[in-house]
Design a protein around this ligand. Structure first.
Ligand SMILES: NC(=O)c1ccc[n+]([C@@H]2O[C@H](COP(=O)([O-])OP(=O)(O)OC[C@H]3O[C@@H](n4cnc5c(N)ncnc54)[C@H](OP(=O)(O)O)[C@@H]3O)[C@@H](O)[C@H]2O)c1
Length: 218
């Protein structure tokens, strides 16, 4: 049984991931920033902790994850957010969690990144929010991959709420496409509970290879 902390615990992928981990016997804590989201986490058996990733102190963030076996960064500024929140959430909060892992002695960190973060635009025009987003994701991924932690970076294509198929295409660089959030959650379960993806960075979209098989072939 593992204790997994999900940063951004009320996110759509985060709730699916939390539910799957709990079903498989793990303890899950979700870090959220609104008290009124607690019930949604508790409904799927996830413990809620109020931690605003943009304002928490380094010491308090380290305290929030202390004793965990692994963390998953599932937060994001969100589709409606502007460039500023790409910086404060997608970049800075993800790195704050890397630093907190170092302080708290938590070795395992799984990042939900994004397809395209491998080659972000060199100079992001602040009005091009998607470019700013990709640069933020790339910067956070780089910080994690050079942190010395046992990391995995998962870069999904466009997320949908279609039912999962359990089948994916996964690799260092794959052709762009969609993937249901529930399939991403299944991939993350394997990443965080098994050691096989430590030190791996990959893109993932829907495909025709069963998830376990695709990950084993990495
Ligand atoms: N959408 C796509 O097509 C796509 C593609 C590839 C990768 N991704 C990435 O995949 C990840 C998960 O996607 P998703 O659809 O599950 O995202 P989501 O539903 O937008 O969830 C993001 C969560 O982050 C939380 N959050 C934001 N700021 C926070 C803060 N300061 N403290 C604590 N929590 C905070 C939000 O909480 P609030 O409810 O309080 O705002 C929200 O629950 C994101 O990182 C996204 O960038 C998305």
């Amino acid at each position: 049984m593992m204790h997994v902390v999900i940063a951004g615990g009320h996110g759509q992928v985060a709730l699916l991931l939390g539910e799957l981990l709990v079903e498989r016997g793990h303890r899950v804590t979700g870090l959220i920033r609104s008290q009124d989201q607690t019930a949604d986490l508790e409904r799927v058996g996830v413990e809620a902790m109020l931690v605003d990733l943009e304002s928490v102190s380094p010491a308090d963030l380290a305290g929030a994850i202390e004793g965990a076996d692994g963390v998953v960064f599932a937060a994001g500024g969100g589709p409606g957010s502007g460039a500023a929140r790409k910086e404060t959430v997608d970049y800075e909060a993800a790195i704050a969690l890397v630093n907190a892992c170092g302080t708290a002695g938590v070795d395992r960190y799984v990042m939900i990144s994004a397809m395209g973060a491998a080659n972000p635009p060199d100079h992001a025009d602040p009005d091009d929010v998607y470019a700013v987003y990709l640069r933020a994701k790339a910067g956070a991924d780089d910080a994690l991959m050079t942190s010395g932690l046992d990391w995995t970076v998962v870069r999904p294509g466009r997320l949908t709420n279609e039912p999962g198929t359990g089948k994916i295409t996964l690799g260092p660089s794959v052709e762009g496409g969609d993937i249901p959030r529930s399939d991403v959650a299944e991939v993350l379960v394997v990443c965080v509970t098994e050691r096989s993806t430590v030190g791996e960075v990959f893109e993932v979209v829907s495909g025709d290879v069963p998830i376990l098989e695709a990950i084993a072939a990495l």
